[in-house]
Design a binder for this molecule. Structure first.
Ligand code: NAG
Ligand code: NAG
Ligand code: NAG
Ligand code: NAG
Length: 864
């Protein structure tokens, strides 16, 4: 009875309670500020953006502090990222502030005594009908409505504090010079304007600059239409990242688009003078710092003084560039580089102009040889360049020679010809494959051996060339002599076009800054890769010109070289063979997709490089090489105990599952084998060469292919015989690999034994309940867990079944590997691959295959 009464009471009260709750929840948040709707600190009121991305209100920076600021922050995201602060240097004491629309129509903030602390300061607002709204990109906008509709009067994006956000545009007019819209906080707890500012210098080609007071502290290097050339590892494309548009009035607008719309990214100039890029990590619920500038000593502006460069690779950091020596040797050797370097020999041009004043020198120095240029590669280009209206490198060089005090020049794709006058400031040696080539003007005598050697080479090539030409002409003459009677006219007509084609091709190939060659026309290219494009020359240097000593091996798609970037980082470079027959555009698109695949069990692609028809892939370097070098080596296989082997199996399974299911593309590897599993320093497995089949063998969507890429012994029967492939053919290869890891024996090492293959042997033992005999005898440690071993072999047998439909998917494989309890289905006997030698069931299906060592390019012979 009592129970019912309370229930009824509750039911009666419920609507009322609900309404009360509802109002307490939402009374705090307004959607706009109008002359009638105010935001009062004392009530804890705030303004929210429509989709609840951002919130505007009062905050303090310290729990004990009574100082109140008005600002904008991300709604419900911890980490107190204040993207904008209104009253930076005029905090309100106590929770007494009010945000409202003032009598003049401006957005204003009052303190407790009704003093105006801050105003949007728009003059001459015609009517009083203004309204402030917080937009979903974090922009606070004051607008007015009149008969002509809505007009924006003021927005916070035009008056930023220290943070640059996607959606914000920074505009700069080259004729008006640099701008500094972002000013750091004074300290982490004081938003008042601090010592550092960040902005844009539009001279020559746009740069981002950080200032400390009036002194430059860091600069990004010149914008080349795709990236800021002085920033290490900068990636960009026209689909996302930075973008710089020039409008009809010549004004430039810098904006940033994130990779995905929901991504929260912000760039902040910190109170400590460091610019940082943060990205919200929704999984871990924290802000990840994705970039920081200046991030090392060499990034500090002009650290080494004029005519010197900073290089992390050299022990002293600072070195004079070639042809220059320290101005003050004592200071320099002490590590005081501020004096910089000076020229060893004056330029001819300088001497000549001196000699105009001093006739006695003129007589002796007039016939000095012409100045020349020394080439520095992979450098951050010096500051204060001048843009000259030519695209041609030779014109650029002669332009520089004509000017008396021109000290350097370069021609950059996407920018054009840049020349420098006087001192060269802030040069950096790129250790990681970035940077541009710079030509420094030197007196003839300082050009040194390089030039002499060059001369010898030139003379030699001229002589050799003449000899070759002579022989060639002689041959042609002979050839013509013979053919002349039969078809004199044919020869002529067919000769000409062939020559033309080759000539135009070779011209393309010699584009120097190949890395960004086709990507740099501002606004024209919509599919630039997001993975770094390395400079081909720099990679050639890193691999010692693809020398044989640096060759790590020959993969399915081309040789692999070990390389060392000048920063010391080791890389592996795959030089793709040219037979892919694929265009550069397609290649780049594929690479862009593949670069997005990231998993701890996949080898990381660091970037690529394209020069003419040469395509390079740059991977992280794996010190322990590949799994086969351990597994099939009688000495080294002892390093792999059971636990390690099981970890390797699990790792491969996870990597493969990622490729099949989790990644954005569904990748079928098609050539999974022990030599394609690389091991890092902790012996973690990483799958390599994934995605290459996609590039080389046509689309993955096709079910049937005429070109079989794969390796004998790992190919699923339906793939080897009919060219049918699916994710299940990878499962088959995985099964083979698993059995190899357990047994330490190659699948193909059984050709002369009773069983035709490892699979047949394994089935044999499995069927007779002797599966433990399969285990590599070199695993003799205590880590051997019989149950786990048997489960592994069982899974292996399931994966190598003849019928693709019977094989498990990788997700079930991962599940089976990880759980102890699962009841596994019974595998069917693998007839096709195990019983060949006995030929009791069918003919030998694989005999017709033309097997080359690593890879098959197959003329298929189908079994009957
Ligand atoms: C608005 O103008 C007043 C007077 O010109 C000035 O003192 C104040 O600093 C300005 N406020 C802002 C936020 O620009
Ligand atoms: C800003 O400059 C002042 C004066 O030079 C100095 O005292 C202060 O430490 C500087 N602050 C920071 C954060 O560098
Ligand atoms: C560094 O060298 C310059 C001259 O090159 C000198 O003026 C300056 O005082 C030196 N600074 C220090 C800290 O020794
Ligand atoms: C040559 O002399 C003129 C005036 O006599 C002077 O302005 C100029 O700086 C001198 N040039 C050099 C290179 O010394």
């Amino acid at each position: 009875m009592v129970l019912t009464q309370t229930t009824i009471l509750f039911l009666l009260l419920f609507p009322f309670l609900f309404i009360v709750c509802f109002f307490t929840l939402f009374s705090h948040a307004a959607s706009s500020i109008t002359p009638r709707i105010l935001i009062r600190d004392v009530d804890g009121e705030t303004l929210l953006s429509e989709e609840l991305n951002f919130e505007l209100g009062f905050f303090s920076l310290d729990n004990n502090s009574s100082l109140r600021y008005v600002g904008i922050w991300y709604y419900r995201i911890p980490g107190a990222a204040f993207i904008w602060v209104a009253n930076r240097d005029r905090p309100i004491n106590g929770r007494v502030g009010v945000i409202t629309i003032g009598i003049d129509g401006n957005l204003v903030i009052f303190d407790g005594d009704k003093n105006q602390v801050w105003s949007s300061n728009v003059s001459n607002i015609k009517n009083n009908n203004t309204e402030a709204v917080l937009r979903d990109d974090g922009n606070l906008v004051l607008s007015t409505k009149d008969d002509d509709g809505e007009r924006e009067l003021w927005k916070s994006f035009d008056h930023p504090t220290d943070t640059f956000l996607p959606g914000m545009t920074v505009s700069v007019n080259p004729s008006k010079g640099e701008i500094r819209p972002f000013v750091s906080w004074k300290s982490s707890t004081d938003p008042a304007p601090g010592n550092f500012s960040m902005g844009i210098d539009p001279r020559a080609s746009t740069q981002i600059v950080i200032w400390e007071g009036d002194k430059r502290r860091w600069r990004s290097g010149y914008w080349d239409g795709r990236i800021f050339t002085g920033v290490s590892n900068m990636t960009g494309s026209y689909l996302f990242g930075f973008r710089l548009n020039t409008d009809r009035n010549g004004e430039r607008h810098l904006a940033y688009t994130p990779l995905e719309n929901i991504e929260k990214v912000r760039f902040q100039i910190g109170w400590d003078g460091l610019e940082r890029q943060y990205k919200w990590n929704d999984g871990e619920k924290r802000w990840d710092k994705t970039q920081e500038e200046p991030y090392n000593n060499c990034e500090i502006y002009n650290k080494c003084g004029s005519f010197a460069e900073c290089s992390l690779a050299s022990p002293m950091n600072c070195v004079c560039i070639r042809g220059f020596k320290p101005k003050e040797v004592d200071e320099w050797t002490k590590g005081n580089w501020s004096g910089g370097c000076k020229r060893m020999t004056p330029l001819k041009a300088e001497k000549n102009s001196n000699s105009n004043n001093d006739s006695s020198v003129a007589a002796t120095e007039v016939d000095v040889e012409e100045d020349g240029f020394v080439k520095l590669q992979c450098r951050k280009l010096p500051d204060f360049a001048r843009l000259v209206g030519t695209q041609d490198k030779n014109d650029c060089e002669s332009y520089c020679l004509q000017e008396t005090n021109c000290t350097a020049y370069t021609s950059v794709n996407g920018i054009g010809c840049l020349i420098w006058h006087g001192e060269l400031l802030d040069i950096k040696d790129f250790e990681d494959g970035g940077g541009n080539t710079l030509y420094i003007r030197l007196a003839h005598s300082d050009l040194g051996d390089g030039k002499k050697k060059m001369k010898i080479v030139i003379i030699f090539s001229v002589v050799l060339g003449s000899i070759c030409l002579g022989i060639f002409l002689w041959l042609v003459w002979r050839f013509r002599g013979r053919k002349a009677v039969a078809a004199a006219s044919c020869c002529k007509t067919s000769d000409i076009p062939v020559f033309d084609i080759t000539r135009s091709k070779s011209r393309q190939v010699s584009t120097e800054f190949s890395g960004s060659a086709e990507l740099s026309l501002e606004g024209h290219e919509l599919s630039g890769p997001e993975l770094p494009l390395f400079n081909f020359d720099c990679i050639a240097i890193a691999t010692d010109n693809f020398s044989d000593e640096n060759k790590l091996g020959q993969g399915g798609f081309g040789p692999v070289y070990k390389g060392k970037l000048r920063g010391g980082e080791q890389i592996a470079v795959k030089r793709l063979s040219r037979r892919s027959g694929q265009g550069q555009e397609e290649f780049k698109n594929e690479m862009m997709l593949i670069a997005k695949l990231q998993h701890r069990n996949l080898v990381r692609l660091l970037g690529c490089s394209i020069q003419g028809e040469e395509m390079l892939l740059v991977y992280e370097y794996m010190p322990n090489k590949s799994l086969d070098q351990f597994l099939f080596d009688t000495v080294r296989q002892q390093q792999l105990n059971w636990n390690k082997r099981f970890e390797i199996i699990e790792g491969i399974a996870r990597g493969l599952l990622y490729l099949h299911r989790d990644s954005r593309l569904r990748i079928i590897h098609r050539d999974l084998k022990a030599s394609n599993i690389l091991l890092d320093e902790d012996m973690n497995p990483k799958i390599s060469d994934f995605g290459l089949a996609r590039i080389f063998g046509g689309g993955q969507g096709e079910v049937n292919t005429t070109r079989v890429v794969g390796t004998y012994g790992y190919m699923a029967p339906e793939y080897a015989m009919e060219g049918l492939f699916s994710i299940k053919s990878d499962v088959y290869s995985f099964g083979v690999l698993l059995l190899e890891i357990v047994s330490g024996r190659k699948n193909t090492s059984f050709r002369h034994s009773d069983d035709s293959s490892l699979i047949g042997y394994a089935w044999h033992l499995w069927n007779e309940q002797r599966a433990m005999e399969l285990v590599d005898p070199s695993i003799c440690d205590s880590s051997l867990k019989n149950q786990q071993v048997l489960r592994c072999i069982h899974i292996g047998m399931l994966c190598v079944q003849d019928s693709a439909a019977h094989r498990p998917t990788m997700s079930s494989v991962v599940l089976m590997l990880e759980s102890e309890a699962t009841n596994l289905p019974l595998p069917k006997r693998p007839l096709l691959t195990s019983m060949r030698r006995r030929s009791e069931d069918r003919d030998c299906y694989m005999e017709g295959l033309d097997v080359s060592l690593n890879e098959l390019t197959v003329t298929m012979v189908l079994g009957r």
